[in-house]
Design a protein around this ligand. Structure first.
Ligand code: ADP
Length: 277
């Protein structure tokens, strides 16, 4: 084959490699909290692949390992065994310092309790991740302004969290999570402290972020959230019990919180193949 003829083949091989490489790839991830004889195995051999741009709900009963999984996904903690690759980089055995650096660059967190600094304005709260990233004052200000504008809070930049409603605080927390343009947004019960209407507004923001191609993983008990995610991963006793992708990648299915997750149009959807394979 001539050199010119070989180029399209090389390009499609690279495209194929990029296409199959998931943002997140966990293989045999286990986590044991070591309390001597009372050691607790919180995760048992998790195989999980998440593609760039997916919106995934992780559901399961209390104590099933959801928070532990989220801590590992967000590089807040390391697995006891198994391998976790984030954007192709093996982060399973990095030191706490190295994990913190990856976390700052790659992950944006949204928590149930917002976790905003009470004495700082929204502008300062949203700038904070950029401070750790070493941006100049001018760059930080502009990026924070843009992030606040994305969640409709530009006019509130000089307010402190106490001067805002719960929904506005959560929107500010989302602005802080996205300001660093992370590869992955992780949300832990993001509507847990909000009334139904405000919770739905927050879900609208996640939907619009998803539509723009952001990768979002939400740990939740809330069936309204799971209904709106294209994929639902169910954890029981530290293992993935069910992993369902709606057929067209939309949230067209109806959630039944008993064992059969998706009913209606999505009931025949193919289960998402584990480990992004
Ligand atoms: P979930 O988020 O689904 O409620 P968790 O991941 O918090 O579940 O907990 C899974 C299991 O691990 C539970 O049995 C819990 O008691 C245990 N666990 C969680 N964190 C710790 C810890 N720091 N030390 C010891 N056990 C823990």
């Amino acid at each position: 084959m001539s050199e010119a003829a070989a180029i399209p083949a090389v390009v499609s091989a690279v495209q194929a490699a990029v296409a199959v490489s998931p943002l997140i790839k966990m293989e045999g991830v286990s986590k044991t909290y070591d309390a001597g004889e009372l050691a607790v195995q919180a995760l048992r051999g998790i195989d999980l692949g998440i593609e760039q741009g997916q919106m995934v709900a992780i559901i399961g009963p209390s104590g099933s390992g959801k928070s532990t999984l989220m801590h590992i996904l967000g590089c807040l903690d390391a697995p006891s065994a198994g391998r976790y690759r984030l954007e192709g980089k093996d982060v399973s055995s990095l030191s706490g310092f190295q994990l913190a650096a990856i976390r700052n660059q790659k992950v944006g967190f949204v928590f149930q309790t917002f976790n905003l600094l009470a004495k700082a304005t929204l502008q300062r709260n949203v700038e904070l991740p950029l401070l750790y990233a070493g941006l100049t004052g001018g760059e930080r200000k502009e990026r924070a302004r843009q992030a606040l504008a994305r969640v409709g809070l530009e006019a509130r930049a000089k307010h402190r969290p106490a001067e805002l409603s719960g929904g506005q605080r959560q929107r500010a927390a989302i602005a802080r999570a996205i300001v660093n343009q992370p590869s992955l947004i992780l949300a832990d019960e993001p509507t847990g402290n909000l009334d139904t209407k405000t919770g739905l507004e927050i879900l609208d923001i996640f939907d619009s972020m998803h539509a723009k191609g952001e990768t979002i993983v939400i740990v939740t008990h809330d069936p309204r959230i799971a209904e709106r995610c294209e994929r639902v991963v169910s954890i029981v006793d530290g293992q993935i019990e069910d992993d369902t992708l709606s057929r067209d990648g939309s949230s067209s299915g109806r959630l039944d919180t008993s064992r059969e997750l998706w009913t209606g149009p999505a009931a025949t959807a193919r289960p998402h193949s584990p480990v992004g394979s």
